[in-house]
Design a protein around this ligand. Structure first.
Ligand SMILES: Cc1cc2nc3c(=O)[nH]c(=O)nc-3n(C[C@H](O)[C@H](O)[C@H](O)COP(=O)(O)OP(=O)(O)OC[C@H]3O[C@@H](n4cnc5c(N)ncnc54)[C@H](O)[C@@H]3O)c2cc1C
Length: 412
């Protein structure tokens, strides 16, 4: 009997735990007993002529980059943290700044080995055990333990990124820039001042980027700093939030600026500040990420930003991104064509509950959905309506695997 089978037998259920970079309760076991995969951190094989890499599930994206970049290969899709594991990136089918060009992480997963609690170890791909392949990509760790995975990397000529930053004055300008520039660039994302109102509602900084055509192929070893203590109260209150957002917006000059930056600074700004979550104080923070289909995106995003700006709470990090129409192979993947907005809110139970309920109503009305990997509040009703494929996943779920998220959203 394997360790996780024993865990599940003793405690009723268990869950696999990658590196805990999910913001909500989808990475927590209903029984509170998890099997951590970080020690499974070997690269098993790599073909540097084709860029196909096979590794154990606890390998982090940082470890993959360390071997791939010097050989001219890059992750085809990366989230905003390099500390996610390979297994966790598959289970949440993570997306990045190039969703409009390359879709989700799962699209680049050729095959993987899946251990089920009945003792079977299955090789899954689009051809082999195709139902479990689809259910595991974005399957929230519920279909079994991914033992290894094979992914296709993307060739690059340089580890530097050519960046263009453009300040925009309102939400309509964001949509115009995105329509014009997304087709021209590999990466595209915008920071939004979520405290702005009226004519300036949705103003921000539009950031597009591409891998430079020449330059070094260097692994970045930026010095990391740590937030030394957990602040007794959050650094961000309505006053400091407004000041921060205003200053950040005005720091970017009118018009456009260009720069060449390291991939690490471009993709992983938060990773260089270890334990950055401490700035939110003892109670921490909650993320809110939704995606709204194209036909409703403009009005719903405006309504969401307006509700946030008038709520008295808010975020210093609000990220807006147009997702493309490339379908994921994953059954329950979050990204879909439309506009995604992600924000961090300092944890203030009553205020957040009130605001989230208003935001949920806007998302529901617009036929949008929330990201399970970042969720800690979505109602079961909303989850099941937004992800009707959940029933299919339930039939393929490994009976030994159960997360707090799944228990909360499918049994209430
Ligand atoms: C600063 C920051 C920025 C982020 N930016 C983005 C972003 O841009 N886009 C995005 O999509 N996400 C983003 N995220 C979320 C993060 O990338 C995902 O939650 C990711 O899945 C976390 O991976 P992990 O290895 O820490 O997995 P965990 O959080 O530990 O687990 C995630 C899920 O994977 C399952 N799992 C893990 N390993 C296995 C395995 N071997 N077999 C089966 N199931 C497994 C777990 O059961 C769980 O359901 C961000 C998170 C942070 C902290």
């Amino acid at each position: 009997m394997t360790a996780w089978q024993a865990l599940a037998q003793e405690h009723g259920n268990a869950l696999v735990f990658g590196n805990g970079r999910s913001y909500g309760d989808s990475c927590l076991a209903a029984s509170d007993h998890v099997l951590q995969t970080l020690p499974l951190d070997r690269v098993i094989a790599a073909d540097w002529t084709t860029g196909v890499l096979r590794a154990e599930p606890g390998v982090t994206l940082e470890q993959i980059l360390a071997v791939a970049i010097p050989r001219g290969w890059m992750l085809p899709v990366t989230p905003g943290t390099k500390y996610a594991t390979l297994g966790g990136s598959i289970a949440n089918d993570v997306h990045g700044k190039n969703h409009h060009v390359r879709g989700t992480f799962g699209r680049h997963v050729r095959r993987f080995g899946l251990a089920r609690s009945d003792g079977n170890v299955l090789e899954c791909s689009a051809e082999l055990h195709a139902d479990l392949y689809a259910a595991t990509i974005g399957g929230l760790g519920l279909t079994g333990l991914i033992l290894w995975a094979e992914i296709q990397l993307m060739p690059i000529r340089s580890s530097l990124i050519d960046v263009r930053n453009i300040r925009f004055d309102n939400l309509d300008e964001f949509f115009e820039l995105s329509t014009r520039l997304d087709p021209l660039h590999e990466y595209s994302v915008a920071w939004v001042d979520c405290q702005s109102r009226g004519q300036a509602l949705g103003r921000g900084i539009f950031m597009v980027g591409d891998h430079a055509q020449d330059g070094p192929l260097e692994v970045d070893c930026r010095k990391k700093r740590t937030v030394p203590v957990t602040l007794p109260i959050p650094l961000f209150n309505p006053l400091t939030l407004r000041a921060f957002n205003g200053l950040y917006y005005h720091r970017q000059p009118r018009g456009e600026t260009r720069a060449k930056v390291s991939y690490d600074a471009y993709f992983y700004p938060l990773d260089s500040l270890l334990e950055w979550n401490r700035i939110y104080g003892r109670k921490g923070f909650q993320q809110y990420q939704c995606v709204i289909p194209p036909e409703a995106a403009r009005d719903a995003t405006r309504a969401i930003l307006d509700a946030i700006a008038t709520s008295g709470t808010g975020s210093f990090l609000a990220v807006l991104k147009r997702c493309g129409d490339i379908r994921s192979p994953g059954l329950l993947s979050f990204p879909r064509e439309g506009t995604s907005l992600a924000l961090d809110f300092p944890q203030r139970d009553a205020a957040n509950a009130q605001l989230f309920s208003r935001l949920d109503a806007i998302v529901r009305e617009a036929s949008g959905r929330l990201y399970p990997a970042k969720d800690a509040h979505m109602s079961g009703e909303d989850f099941r309506a937004a992800y009707p494929q959940w029933e299919q996943l339930e039939t393929l779920r490994d009976p030994a695997m159960l997360s707090r998220f799944w228990e909360r959203t499918t049994r209430t």
